[in-house]
Write a protein that binds this ligand. Sequence first.
Ligand SMILES: *Cc1c(COP(=O)(O)O)cnc(C)c1O
Length: 378
Amino acid sequence: MSSDPVVRAEIVVDLAAVRANVRALAAHTRTPLMVVVKADAYGHGLLPVARAARAAGASWLGAATLEEALALREAGDTGPVLTWLFVPGEPRLTDAVAAGIDVTAHSAEGLDAVAEAVRRSGTPARLQLKIDTGLSRNGCAPEDWAGLVERARDGERAGTWRVTGVWSHLACSDEPDHPANVAQLVAFEDALAVATEHGLAPEVRHLANSAAAIISPETRFDLVRVGIAAYGLDPAPGHTPDLGLRPAMTARAALAHVKRVPAGAGVSYGHSWVADRPTTLGLVPVGYGDGVPRHAGNHAQVDVGGKHCPVRGRVCMDQLVVEVPDGHGAVGDEVVLFGAAPHPTAQDWAEACGTISYEIVTRIGGRFGRRWVGQEDE
Ligand SMILES: *Cc1c(COP(=O)(O)O)cnc(C)c1O
């Protein structure tokens, strides 16, 4: 008998898969990679993933917030790091500049905030400029771009910062035929030309996320910013070649209870599913309090002992119920909610829940334990 302690629910992240994915993406794109580790590395764990990405050759790491970028430095990462989301006035901008993190500005207020951080830290900033080429999220509007570039150039000449990059972000890269892709590429090239005319010579020009990096070579420029593909999930299902990417995350639990119910038994709150015949049900001890989407109710499937078993009824805060084949499934059996095929995947869950795989892996957590396997020194 195994003496392994029973684990109620845990997320297992395979860092060997992350390394293999990063290497596969580098080989396919033949372009330096920025591995995007925002949102706790899409739920996979900021620091372990950052180390795996660097070990596999990622030249850059990308973070949304200042806190994420600073956590990388605090853990000893000394390589290029880009952050792109601060609110002018956030005190930690000074720390980010002092730590040699590349910060992104897309407005006059942003430049003012970076200049103030430079004054406080006594360190020239590494500054990247972001142009809005059509996502209409952050990024400098094209009509303000020349003015922003001039100010950035003046600051560079004054020694306030070095403009290390110019970049933008795509809206529809997972739909390769969408006309916005070409329009954004043209707008980006125009913005680069304006930057050059005004005397900027950035080290890196970058536009592509995972989908564009994989599908559209013309978007690769000097650097590609890959997030979801590094975690082994497909950024554009139906449009990508098979690169052999492997999902790094497995969400697993142990069956807490198994029972037979008679025909006519309603399952879970609201009785949204009713057994039409005597049925065996398994209780999985995780719910929306652990980031399992409530939309999975009556839609997603889990794997119990190699068999795909449908979720029956609504997902509760702490529990969900699955139907298991009669005679199959015992208390303590492993339940894989999602992982690598032939298990259901995060992509399967996304389709069942009407969302994208990004949201499935990023939001799972709560009371799941988390451990990492496949460390390089193992
Ligand atoms: C999240 C993000 C990425 C990564 O996108 P994926 O589709 O996961 O590859 C790249 N760039 C920016 C600015 C992002 O916010």
